[in-house]
Every structure is written in structure tokens, then in C-alpha cells.
Design a protein around this ligand. Structure first.
Ligand code: NAD
Ligand code: UGA
Length: 466
């Protein structure tokens, strides 16, 4: 029997593993926390002396890491050694959508989860609690249990208990979400193991907020929470299009419906479509599971949430082309924001990617600025290298990255706001107006700028849902 959890290992030093373990280490100085990853350069960044080079940009992450790193928080590639030392192991690896084979385009690719389980089975010693932190299809714990028992050859000296403890943090507010969670969900079959994990959270989370369920409810609740959140965004985005043609204003509609306490006011901001690594993949996975169990109507209901989201992203680029006299060939367009939301450097599934690709295909030259996304990352996402194109060169088009908002607006025919970074809410529109080529347009896909001030400065403006 485990006496007390003294040593934790987390497999996966990504957007979830890194911040989650940094908070556990901060709140539990009596526990040694080892975060391991196969990606050496990511681990090097987590260990970098200068905290501005951490692999993830997230408010309050750097000071949190600083308080514990080297004391009871360690980042390394010593997977084998750290698994061996651990009483509790979190699996926090990526679970993207499968790109080939059975279920391609819908099912989650569990190869990284399976390889983690195999490593745990091979190296763990004595009694070990294995915690699913990754978002997983319902019933994955069954597979993990099977791998653990067969790979470890049913060795009597080694005992595993599997728990599900999905993560609900949102990027950009990860540290606050981890420190003040709405709830912590623990699914499991063994009360003793559940209590070991519960005791860790009790170091900073009130006991009323810690829910315990069976394994399958916990796994499924995570997928459903994301599906409901994404559904709200698709719902409000679908209505943004209706507002644009009827003269209603989406912000006023959101406010009016959100004041109904049954609906609630959060997550009702219309925008260029949801991005991020999880909403799309988790709903696709839900669609796959529903189809697998023969629930075709349920599957097609959830598929519609994704369809509306794709449509919203395509709609934005069409609106831009239409307003710029039907052609953007060799026109210059400033892009403000490339991350999928503010306060993160994450660009996975960012609406900026598809919108920029559409505009480039139409022949535009893009001047892209994001406060946290590097030029290298933009090049990976747009699948092309930056290229400066001279004016009136109709045969060439492409993109460059810029140092600030005003750089991106220089000689531009249009400025497109894609991410709701705080600094985009405080733009000097007079300065912008002097920099752009008239007739200049502003496309505000987040509805964050003051329309009257933009108009007063001689610019045209289109805002989502307005
Ligand atoms: P990520 O891609 O940022 O990080 C995963 C890390 O795991 C990578 O660095 C990868 O190298 C490492 N890895 C994979 N297999 C490994 C192995 N066998 N051994 C060691 N390292 C290995 O992913 P993420 O965004 O942190 O997401 C992780 C999981 O958490 C996913 O299931 C995701 O759905 C879920 N989730 C993500 C968020 C979020 O905001 N990003 C929030 C809640 C839940
Ligand atoms: C989301 C969930 O909010 C988390 O609870 C969950 O843990 C996480 O997914 C996950 O499983 O990965 P995240 O994707 O980081 O978190 O960020 P959100 O704040 O949910 O935003 C997702 C997307 O929706 C962004 O593109 C955002 O701009 C967009 N959004 C959000 C809107 O367009 N309108 C809104 O009102 C809210």
C-alpha cells in the first residue's frame, strides 16, 4: 500500500502537463514533481534560465515555474527513471484526430497514450496510480488497464490503479483556472486511489468542488463539456450572420439572452469561429463514438457544430473579398492576431490559418502581426516562407511578419482583426488612417473596436454580427 504520495511523474510537457504540474508543485512543496517528455528541445525550453523562453506563453506561468523549478519541479527526458521513482503518474500526452486508418478524420489517435502506458508497465515499481489527464474517448481506461496488466506480465510485485482526472483549463487563463477551478473531476473504481489524488487537490481546492464519479462518466464528461462550450460558440456565430442581414446587433442580442440566468452570459462572444487544439478534435471524436454505437442522429447533431464553425471561417474571407471590390489580387492586407485566442502563443486550429490561406489564394499580400506568435510558427502554419512582394507585382503574393500593429497597417488596403489581444482594443485609429491606402477597410472579426472612432477617422468598417 502507498503510504503517502511523495513523487509524481507527468508524461507530456505540453500546454496541459507543464502548467498543471507547475501549479501542483507550487501548492504541494512536499511532493517531488517530475515532468518528462520525449521532445528534448521542449524540455530545454522549460529549463531555460531566462523565463521568457518557456515553450508556452501563459499569464502567470513564469513566476509559478520560478517558485518551484529546481526545488520540487523538474523537467527532463529521463522517462524511464522518473516513472520508476513515481507513486503517481499522469498521462498528459497529445491525443489528436487520426489522420489515417480506421476512423481517420474523426477518432482520436491514441498511439501516444498507448506508448505511455507501455512505458509505465515496463518501468513502474511497486504500487502505482496512473492518472489519465489527456482528453480520451470513453472506455480508454479499459485499454490502459489491459496494457498495464499484460505488459507487466501480471507481476504480483507491481500493482496499478487507473483514475480519470480530465483537465478543464483554458489557454490564456490556465494558471487561474488551475488555481481556482470550477470543479475537479476524479473518476475511478478504487476509493483509496481516488482519495490519494483528492488529497493532492485538497491542498488548495475546497472539498465541495472535488467531484468523484465512475471512470466512464469522468471520461465522457470531459468530451461533453467541450462539446457544449463549442456548441454555444457555433450557436452565437450562426446568429451573428442573421444579425448582419437584419440590422440586429449580436452584442446586444448576446447581452439580452445572457441575462436569462438559465442561459448565462459567458461564452457568447461571436467571432471568426472557434480554434484551439481541442474543440474540433473532441467533437469529431464524439461524432465517431456516436456512430460507433449506431447513434447516427446524435452524431449528425454534433457534426453540425463543426459545420457552422467551418462556415464561419470561410464566410469571413468572402466578406473581405466582397468589400474590396471583389478582388484582393496584389492588395495589401494587415492581419492583427494569429493565435487562436488572446493571451496564448498557441496557433493550433487558429481561424487565422484558414482565413490567411484563403486570402493568399486570392492573391493578397499579408502583413501579419501577433504579440506572441513567432514568424517560424506562422511559416509552419501557412506552409510557406515569408516573402516581400513589391507593389503592383500581380504575379506574386505571400506574407511577411511585422513588429507591431502600425507596421502591419503600412500601405494596407485592409486591416483584419482576428485575435482579441488587449492591445488591439487600444489602437490609435488616426495614426492607422494616415498609414493605410484609401479607401481603407477595417474588418473586426471579434467586434472589439469602437466603430464610431474608426469611422470618424475616415476608415470603412465591417464588424461581426453588426
Ligand atoms: P501538447 O501537444 O502540447 O503536449 C503533449 C506532449 O506530450 C508533447 O510535448 C509530446 O512530445 C509529449 N509526448 C507524447 N508522447 C509521449 C511519450 N510517450 N513520452 C513522453 N512524452 C510524450 O498537448 P496538450 O495541449 O498539452 O494536450 C494534452 C492533452 O490534454 C490532450 O489530450 C488534450 O486534449 C488535453 N487538454 C488540452 C488542453 C489545452 O488547453 N491544450 C486543455 C485540456 C485538456
Ligand atoms: C477550451 C475549454 O474552454 C477548456 O475548458 C478545455 O479544457 C480546453 O478547451 C481543452 O480541452 O483543450 P481553450 O480552447 O483553451 O479551452 O479556450 P476557449 O476559451 O474555450 O476558446 C476556444 C475558442 O473559442 C477560441 O478560438 C476562442 O476565441 C473561441 N471563443 C470562446 C469564442 O469565439 N467566443 C467565446 O465567447 C468564447
Amino acid at each position: 500500500m502507498i503510504d503517502k504520495i511523495k513523487n509524481i511523474c507527468c508524461i507530456g510537457a505540453g500546454y496541459v502537463g507543464g502548467p498543471t504540474m507547475a501549479v501542483i508543485a507550487d501548492k504541494c512543496p512536499h511532493i517531488q514533481v517530475n515532468v518528462v517528455d520525449v521532445n528534448q528541445s521542449r524540455i530545454n525550453s522549460w529549463n531555460s534560465e531566462d523565463l521568457k523562453y518557456l515553450p508556452i506563453y501563459e499569464p502567470e506561468l513564469a513566476p509559478t515555474v520560478k517558485r518551484s523549478r529546481g526545488r520540487n519541479l523538474h523537467f527532463s527526458t529521463n522517462v524511464e527513471e522518473k516513472i520508476r521513482e513515481a507513486d503517481m503518474i499522469f498521462i498528459s500526452v497529445n491525443t489528436p484526430t487520426k489522420i489515417s486508418g480506421i476512423g481517420a478524420g474523426q477518432a482520436s489517435d491514441l498511439k501516444w497514450v498507448e506508448s505511455s502506458a507501455r512505458q509505465i508497465a515496463k518501468y513502474a515499481q511497486g504500487e502505482t496510480i496512473v492518472v489519465e489527464k489527456s482528453t480520451l474517448p470513453v472506455k480508454t481506461a479499459e485499454t490502459i488497464k489491459k496494457i498495464l496488466s499484460t505488459v507487466s506480465n501480471n507481476n504480483k510485485e507491481i500493482k496499478f490503479n487507473v483514475l480519470s482526472n480530465p483537465e478543464f483549463l483554458a489557454e490564456g487563463t490556465a494558471i487561474n483556472d488551475l488555481e481556482n477551478p470550477d470543479r475537479v473531476l476524479i473518476g475511478g473504481e478504487n476509493d483509496e486511489s481516488i482519495n490519494y489524488l483528492k488529497d493532492i487537490y485538497l491542498n488548495w481546492v475546497e472539498k465541495e468542488k472535488i467531484l468523484t464519479t465512475n471512470l466512464w462518466s469522468s471520461e465522457l464528461s470531459k468530451l461533453i463539456a467541450n462539446a457544449f462550450l463549442a456548441q454555444r460558440i457555433s450557436s452565437i456565430n450562426s446568429i451573428s450572420a442573421l444579425c448582419e442581414v437584419t440590422g440586429a446587433d449580436i452584442k446586444e442580442v448576446s447581452r439580452a439572452i445572457g441575462m436569462d440566468s438559465r442561459i448565462g452570459g459567458k461564452f457568447l462572444n461571436s467571432g471568426p469561429g472557434f480554434g484551439g487544439s481541442c474543440f474540433k478534435k473532441d467533437i469529431l471524436n464524439l461524432v465517431y463514438i456516436c456512430n460507433y454505437y449506431g447513434l447516427k442522429k446524435v452524431a449528425s447533431y454534433w457534426q453540425k457544430v463543426i459545420d457552422i464553425n467551418d462556415w464561419q471561417q470561410e464566410r469571413i474571407s468572402s466578406i473581405i473579398v466582397k468589400n474590396l471590390f471583389g478582388t484582393i489580387s496584389s492588395k495589401t492586407i494587415g492581419i492583427l492576431g494569429f493565435s487562436f485566442k488572446a493571451d496564448t502563443n498557441d496557433t493550433r486550429e487558429s481561424p487565422a490559418i484558414s482565413i490567411c490561406k484563403d486570402l493568399i489564394v486570392e492573391g493578397a499580400n499579408l502583413q501579419i502581426f501577433d504579440p506572441q506568435v513567432s514568424e517560424d510558427q506562422i511559416a509552419i502554419d501557412l506552409e510557406s516562407e515569408p516573402k516581400k512582394v513589391s507593389e503592383n507585382d500581380f504575379d506574386n503574393f505571400g506574407w511577411i511578419s511585422c513588429n507591431d500593429i502600425y507596421d502591419a497597417a503600412k500601405n494596407a488596403d485592409a486591416l483584419v482583426i482576428i485575435t482579441e489581444w488587449e492591445e488591439f482594443k487600444k489602437i490609435d485609429w488616426q495614426k492607422i488612417s494616415n498609414l493605410m491606402r484609401p479607401p481603407s477597410w477595417v474588418f473586426d472579426t471579434r467586434s472589439i473596436v469602437n466603430k464610431k472612432i474608426v469611422l470618424k477617422n475616415g476608415l470603412n468598417i465591417w464588424q461581426i454580427g453588426n
